[in-house]
Design a protein around this ligand. Structure first.
Ligand code: ATP
Ligand code: MG
Length: 148
């Protein structure tokens, strides 16, 4: 799971036991973020979407984020700007992501939260963060924040 983080700096590390600890982690993560592009890695069900939804809430998104969404790209209104949430799980290659307008989102200066980002990592030229969520037990997670 640490693969791809060799040239990145680990800047935060959390261990959580249950969903109730997520707001604390999200608010601390927000104080640590230096870049707008944030990649979320972790196996199926690790909690990527759950953490992103908590971050959206704390960033002031008032759109309903509670319904499960199967869209590859979601836009959320946040005060005067937009936050992009992408889930690239069902894409076959990076070209499909670029065909969906990935580049415009990455360079928009708005937050881009990206699940299953592995395909596009080699094409990123902007600075970005990586968040690894590692399942330790049913309720336990390790959350690691890296900066490029
Ligand atoms: P996918 O790869 O399918 O997109 P995901 O990583 O986005 O999965 P979520 O959909 O966020 O995973 O979470 C799946 C379930 O795991 C949630 O319904 C929730 O019950 C549980 N879960 C999520 N985050 C945590 C957490 N930090 N601690 C404990 N349980 C969690
Ligand atoms: Mg998800």
């Amino acid at each position: 799971m640490s693969h791809g983080t060799e040239n990145m700096t680990s800047i935060r590390n959390y261990k959580t036991n249950g969903l109730t600890e997520l707001p604390r982690v999200a608010s601390d993560l927000l104080t640590a973020l230096e870049h707008k592009i944030i990649l979320f890695r972790g196996e199926l069900g690790a909690g990527k979407t759950t953490l992103i939804k908590e971050l959206l809430t704390q960033l002031g998104v008032t759109d309903d984020t509670s319904s499960p969404s199967y869209a590859i790209i979601n836009n959320y209104k946040c005060r005067d700007s937009v936050i992009y949430h992408m889930d690239l799980y069902r894409l076959n290659d990076a070209q499909e992501a670029f065909a969906l307008g990935l580049e415009d989102m990455l360079y928009s200066g708005n937050y881009c939260f990206i699940e299953w980002p592995e395909l596009i990592i080699p094409y990123l030229s902007e600075s970005y963060h990586l968040i690894d969520i590692i399942m330790i037990g049913h309720e336990e997670r390790k959350v690691q924040l890296y900066s490029s």
